[in-house]
Design a protein around this ligand. Structure first.
Ligand SMILES: *[C@@H]1O[C@H](CO)[C@@H](O)[C@H](O)[C@H]1NC(C)=O
Ligand SMILES: *[C@@H]1O[C@H](CO)[C@@H](O)[C@H](O)[C@H]1NC(C)=O
Ligand SMILES: *[C@@H]1O[C@H](CO)[C@@H](O)[C@H](O)[C@H]1NC(C)=O
Ligand SMILES: *[C@@H]1O[C@H](CO)[C@@H](O)[C@H](O)[C@H]1NC(C)=O
Ligand SMILES: *[C@@H]1O[C@H](CO)[C@@H](O)[C@H](O)[C@H]1NC(C)=O
Ligand SMILES: *[C@@H]1O[C@H](CO)[C@@H](O)[C@H](O)[C@H]1NC(C)=O
Length: 440
């Protein structure tokens, strides 16, 4: 039995050897030194890990697959590959490329896969670089130190399915960056420094399946940012700087199955209610959404809160007030005659208008000495009411239909940054401050 099966194996092996012998001389006329060339299954030039500092000049024009990864190549010239019209796969990742001359990939209309990842000095790519790559389905640009994606960089890449942009230094994504990528299924953007998602940043991505945005600094998501993403099944936004997201924002994600929103500083108040409501009908799986504020809900999962937990509004005024108070505490200026601190139902009283206004008065730094001493005095409140109202009402996030947290919320958010500081101070003080935070 054994010899028989061996014979069966040997026939194809002989054929392979025959093919190699016959084909290499005829199809691959010359093989660059330091490279290995073979023609099956495709004409392949393999030069990886050879310590090359430049792309070999004598790459055979028949090459269909070119492997140049793990070298020390610093430059891709406009002429490096232009004759290789049949190239379908180019791996040039893990080099030290700092410049790709525009035109380097011109005319490579059969190119399907281009891996430029792990060239950390690349930093920027000329917007015409990928023009005409109509069959490109996979583009690796992760770990390239990219600072931005120039307008039009991905224009015309109609076949692109996988786009890897993770672990770069992207801060801003422009509207319509991906507008032509109707076939894109994976978009990996995690590990960047992206701060906001604008209305049309993902426009055109009608077949997107997986959108990874974790490990960024996203604090603002436009209400319509996901409007074309009806096919997205996986959305990761964990470890970002979100405090609020509305149900409206999530509504277009009708195919969503896997959602991760943990590692954000969720404010679980009246503004979180629309997201909470959205979760009531969400059938997929989701991470926890740990509440950061208000303190009485800290660490709780937003999804699992009771409706009544979200009755109150931990509004920005309140937060700012807290920070001002604490500053004073630290400076030893806190008035001694304060009313008793936070009752257990503090939340509902927390946002009484008088409180907000009194706070604003102080926050604006216009408080006279008296502002410290009798915050409950009627006179005082009147005065404050007068001064505070117009300025702050204009920027009230709830009054603006965009669904974006506005200046007030941002300000509030900034102030939240010393929350971790609070946690580091000794327990007693922390408790006291927290109570103030809750309500006076
Ligand atoms: C490219 O492929 C086509 C079709 O397989 C072939 O006819 C042509 O000779 C190839 N061109 C080069 C430069 O090898
Ligand atoms: C990569 O290239 C830069 C110049 O662009 C050079 O300073 C650096 O030493 C190179 N790094 C390696 C590992 O070759
Ligand atoms: C998706 O790619 C296929 C082939 O790769 C192409 O025929 C089709 O036009 C592309 N779809 C869109 C919407 O561009
Ligand atoms: C954003 O969130 C990260 C944690 O994900 C945190 O370390 C960082 O301080 C936050 N940035 C701001 C500006 O709050
Ligand atoms: C209150 O507002 C009125 C009109 O806006 C103004 O005339 C008055 O001086 C204000 N009072 C205080 C105490 O600021
Ligand atoms: C809402 O905010 C946007 C941008 O922040 C602004 O352009 C718009 O005028 C605002 N609308 C209202 C009604 O205040």
């Amino acid at each position: 039995v054994v010899p028989h099966s061996e014979r069966e194996f040997q026939a194809p092996l002989k054929l392979l050897i025959l093919v190699l012998c016959l084909n290499i001389p005829s199809e691959v006329e010359s093989c660059p030194g330091a490279c290995v060339c073979y023609s099956e299954p495709k004409i392949t030039i393999s030069c990886q890990q050879q310590g090359l500092t430049a792309i070999p000049t004598e790459i055979p024009i028949q090459s269909q697959r070119i492997f140049l990864h793990n070298n020390r190549i610093t430059l891709v010239r406009a002429t490096s590959f232009t004759s290789c019209r049949n190239m379908t796969i180019l791996w040039i990742h893990s080099n030290n490329i700092s410049l790709i001359e525009p035109g380097a990939f011109y005319g490579l209309t059969k190119l399907e896969e281009l891996d430029l990842s792990d060239n950390t000095n690349l930093k920027s790519i000329n917007p015409v670089t990928f023009r005409g790559l109509v069959h490109l389905h996979t583009l690796h640009l992760d770990r390239c130190g990219l600072l931005e994606l120039s307008t039009g960089l991905f224009r015309g890449l109609f076949s692109l399915q996988y786009l890897y942009l993770q672990d770069n230094n992207l801060q801003i994504l422009l509207d319509d960056t991906f507008i032509d990528l109707a076939n894109l299924t994976y978009l990996f953007l995690h590990g960047n420094k992206i701060k906001s998602l604008s209305e049309n940043v993902f426009r055109g991505l009608i077949n997107l399946d997986r959108l990874l945005l974790h490990q960024n600094r996203v604090s603002l998501v436009h209400r319509r940012a996901f409007h074309d993403l009806g096919k997205v099944m996986t959305l990761y936004l964990f470890n970002n700087n979100l405090t609020v997201l509305t149900g409206d924002t999530m509504a277009p994600l009708v195919s969503l199955q896997y959602l991760r929103l943990n590692g954000n500083q969720w404010i679980c108040d009246c503004q979180a209610r629309s997201l909470w409501n959205w979760f009531k009908q969400f059938k997929g799986s989701s991470s926890e959404l740990e509440c950061h504020l208000p303190p009485r809900l800290a660490g709780r999962d937003l999804k699992r809160l009771q409706s009544s937990d979200l009755d109150s509004c931990v509004d920005s005024f309140n937060q700012i007030r807290t920070s001002v108070f604490s500053t004073k505490t630290r400076l030893g200026k806190l008035p001694t005659g304060l009313p008793p601190l936070g009752s257990h139902d503090g939340s509902s009283k927390c946002c009484q208008p008088e409180m907000d206004k009194s706070f604003i008065y102080e926050a604006k730094g216009k408080a006279g000495p008296s502002s410290h001493s009798s915050r409950s005095s009627n006179n005082h409140l009147k005065e404050k009411e007068n001064m505070s109202r117009p300025k702050y009402m204009e920027t009230d996030p709830s009054k603006n239909g965009t669904g974006l947290p506005s200046t007030v919320r941002k300000l509030c958010y900034t102030k939240l940054n010393w929350m971790p500081l609070l946690k580091q101070t000794n327990k007693k003080k922390t408790n006291k401050k927290r109570q103030i935070l809750r309500c006076t």
